[in-house]
Ligand binder design. Structure first.
Ligand code: MF3
Ligand code: CO
Ligand code: CO
Length: 260
């Protein structure tokens, strides 16, 4: 185990604030859904999310200014794995698969979540990628609880992805979250049962598997942010922020469409 690894345990009043931030983040993904249509630019989606967070939610878009990132959402289309930058020139077209990833800060606490949107009618192979990736997230959430291990999470994801002939991106991972955006521990999306840290009540972290149709390898574009698959095939991602409870897990960023 890594030395000096400080994993914060949140108390009930802190988790209550995480619950509020998580709810707001989930509501951004719900609010934007009707605007995800062919012809819209990712910049326009970003602007709508920014205005909703700032003007309606009276909250802070955590990505703005984060390590020099300038936008509210990451908008990652097709072969983009993560950290796609919203742009007026990037116009959605029928058949695209899009991930929108947003983090909201409310009262100092963070909620981080992402989902896939299908733009109009998508090809069956893309529909299947999106669905299996969401199942990876759900299967991972199912194993979370006090007494489980971080390796159980990674194993659940890797097992489901690989049995569907997909690969798991290893270069990016989930993370502890709280009054800090990215904190210990790292949540790997691959692994072996029973390995790694034991999960304890009061831990809060994200699970955010990135699953590729082809190989697991990534490349970062010249803009310093956009991460694409090396082979140009498509990738999908879903993310939730979780709190470990006494007997399981609470999904802090659950949307109304979800029955988890
Ligand atoms: N929300 C991403 C995550 O899931 C991080 C985005 S950082 C940004 O951890 F700077 F690209 F916005
Ligand atoms: Co995120
Ligand atoms: Co995250």
């Amino acid at each position: 185990m890594k030395k000096n690894m400080k994993i914060s345990i949140k108390n009930q009043s802190e988790i209550q604030k995480m619950r509020i931030a998580g709810k707001l983040a989930s509501e951004v993904l719900e609010m934007i859904e009707p605007y995800v249509i062919p012809g819209v630019s990712t910049e326009e989606l970003d602007r709508r999310c920014y205005e909703h967070i700032v003007n309606v939610q009276k909250a802070i878009p955590a990505n703005v200014g984060y390590r020099g990132f300038q936008k509210t959402i990451c908008s990652s289309i097709n072969q983009v794995i993560c950290h796609g930058i919203p742009d007026t020139n990037r116009i959605l077209k029928e058949g695209d698969i899009l991930n929108i990833d947003v983090t909201v800060i409310k009262d100092g606490w963070h909620g981080d979540t992402s989902k896939m949107y299908m733009v109009g009618k998508c090809q069956p192979h893309n529909q299947r990628l999106v669905k299996v990736t969401q199942e990876c997230l759900y299967k991972a959430i199912e194993v979370v609880g006090p007494g489980a291990y971080l390796g159980d999470i990674g194993h659940a994801i890797q097992q489901h992805a690989e049995s569907n002939y997909y690969s798991v991106v290893e270069d990016y991972c989930g993370h502890g979250i709280g009054n800090v955006y990215h904190e210990e521990p790292q949540i790997l999306h691959y692994g072996k049962p029973g390995r790694g840290l034991e999960i304890l009540e009061g831990m809060c972290f994200t699970i955010e598997p990135m699953i590729n149709q082809g190989s697991k390898y990534c490349k970062t574009l010249q803009d310093g942010w956009t991460v694409e698959t090396k082979d140009g095939r498509n990738s999908a991602q879903w993310e939730h922020t979780l709190a470990v409870t006494s007997n399981g897990v609470e999904v802090l960023t659950k949307r109304h469409e979800e029955s988890i």
